[in-house]
Design a binder for this molecule. Structure first.
Ligand SMILES: C[S@@+](CC[C@H](N)C(=O)[O-])C[C@H]1O[C@@H](n2cnc3c(N)ncnc32)[C@H](O)[C@@H]1O
Length: 319
C-alpha cells in the first residue's frame, strides 16, 4: 500500500469492469488494504513445532493458513526478517496465495523439477522443501540481478539438490525436451493481482502492457510444456487478472499441443472463482473452468491465476 489516494487508469477500470465474475468495489477496497504478513516453515531445516516454539520465544504469534501445509500468518508484522531464524532459513516470508503454486504441483521426493522463471526463489525454495533433498530442482531465470537473489535464497534455505541456470526460458523446450516430471511456470506478468503492494501498477497499466506480456508468456508456456515427460504435470501461474495473460495463454498451449490436458484444481479452505470460459467476444475451452482465479478479496492476500496441465502418455509431438 502507498500513501495518498489510489488512482487506476481509465483503461484499467474499464478492463476490470469487463470481468464477468469480479466484484469491482470489493477489489478496490482490497487494493487499498495492506497484505497480511505470512511465512512458510522450511521443513528441510526444522519441524513446525520447533519453529513455532523458537519464534514464540521471541514474542511472535501465528495463525495457520487453512489452505496450506506449511504456511502461517504472523504478528507483529515487519520483524520476522530480522530474526536469526529467518536468516538461517528456518522460515521464508511469502504471500499466502503465492505458496499455493508449489503445493499444486504435487512434487514428490525424487522428482526432476524445472522452475522456468524462478527468481528470487520463493517457489523454488518451496519446491526444494517438498523434494526433501531427493531429486533435483533446476531453477532458471533470465535476469542477472535476480539470479543472485535466487542463489542466495536457495543457499539460505539449504536446497542442496538445486541447479541454477540463466537462460531465456523460451529455449528450454528445445534443449531439455521431455526431461522433467514437474514444471512450474510462474510467468512475468502485469501484476494486477498485487496492486496493493504498488499503486503505481494501477496508474500505469494500459492494455499494451498485458498484450506484450501475453506474447512472451505464450513462448514460455510452450517451452515449459515441451520440457515435461509424458505423464508429467505443470502449473502455469501469474499474479495478474487479465485473460490475455491467463486463459488466452493456456488456450495457446491447448491449440499448439494436442496431448496437453487441463486438470481440475480444487483448494479446500480458500474462496476463488473458476477460469473464464468466455470474456468479451472470446470463447475459451470448456475445461478452462478447471483453472482458478483468486481475487485479492477472496483471500485478503494477493490475486493469482493458476492452471494445472498434464502431458498425456502416448500423445503426438508437434514440432
Ligand atoms: C513472477 S517473477 C517469478 C517469481 C518467482 N517464481 C518466485 O516465486 O520467487 C517472473 C520472473 O520471470 C523472469 N523472466 C522474465 N522473462 C523471462 C524469460 N524470457 N526467461 C526466463 N525468465 C524470465 C523475471 O526475471 C522474473 O524473475
Amino acid at each position: 500500500m502507498s500513501d495518498g489516494k489510489l488512482v487506476l487508469s481509465e483503461e484499467l477500470k474499464s478492463f476490470l469492469l469487463s470481468l464477468p465474475d469480479l466484484d469491482f468495489e470489493l477489489l478496490l477496497s482490497s487494493y487499498q488494504s495492506s497484505l497480511p504478513e505470512s511465512f512458510r516453515i522450511n521443513t528441510l531445516k526444522v519441524s513446525h513445532e520447533k519453529a513455532l516454539e523458537l519464534l514464540s520465544e521471541e514474542g511472535f504469534s501465528f495463525i495457520k493458513i487453512p489452505w496450506l501445509r506449511d504456511g502461517y500468518y504472523v504478528k507483529p508484522e515487519g520483524l520476522l526478517s530480522h530474526t536469526i531464524w529467518y536468516k538461517l532459513g528456518l522460515v521464508y516470508i511469502q504471500g499466502a496465495v503465492s505458496m499455493l503454486a508449489s503445493e499444486l504441483l504435487d512434487v514428490s521426493p525424487g522428482h526432476k523439477v524445472l522452475d522456468l522463471c524462478a527468481a528470487p526463489g520463493s517457489k523454488a525454495t518451496h519446491i526444494g522443501q517438498l523434494l526433501g533433498g531427493r531429486g533435483v530442482i533446476v531453477a532458471n531465470d533470465v535476469s542477472t540481478s535476480r539470479v543472485k537473489a535466487l542463489a542466495s535464497n536457495l543457499q539460505r534455505c539449504g536446497v542442496l539438490n538445486s541447479v541454477i541456470t540463466q537462460w531465456d526460458g523460451r529455449i528450454f523446450g528445445r534443449r531439455l525436451r521431455g526431461y522433467f516430471d514437474r514444471v512450474l511456470l510462474d510467468a512475468p506478468c502485469s501484476a494486477l493481482g498485487i496492486i496493493s503492494k504498488d499503486w503505481g501498477v494501477g496508474r500505469r497499466w494500459r492494455e499494451r502492457v498485458s498484450l506484450t506480456h501475453s506474447k512472451l508468456q505464450k513462448g514460455l508456456i510452450i517451452s515449459a510444456y515441451d520440457c515435461l515427460k509424458p505423464g508429467g504435470y505443470m502449473i502455469y501461474a501469474t499474479c495478474t487478472l487479465h485473460p490475455l495473460e491467463n486463459e488466452e495463454v493456456v488456450m495457446h498451449l491447448l491449440n499448439s499441443r494436442q496431448d496437453a490436458r487441463l486438470c481440475r484444481i480444487s483448494v479446500e479452505g480458500l474462496n476463488y472463482s473458476n477460469g473464464l470460459m468466455e470474456w468479451g467476444n472470446r470463447r475459451y475451452h470448456g475445461d478452462m473452468a478447471y483453472c482458478i482465479r483468486v481475487y485479492p478479496y477472496h483471500s485478503g492476500s494477493e490475486g493469482f491465476f493458476f492452471a494445472k496441465l498434464r502431458k498425456e502418455v502416448g500423445g503426438g509431438e508437434e514440432a
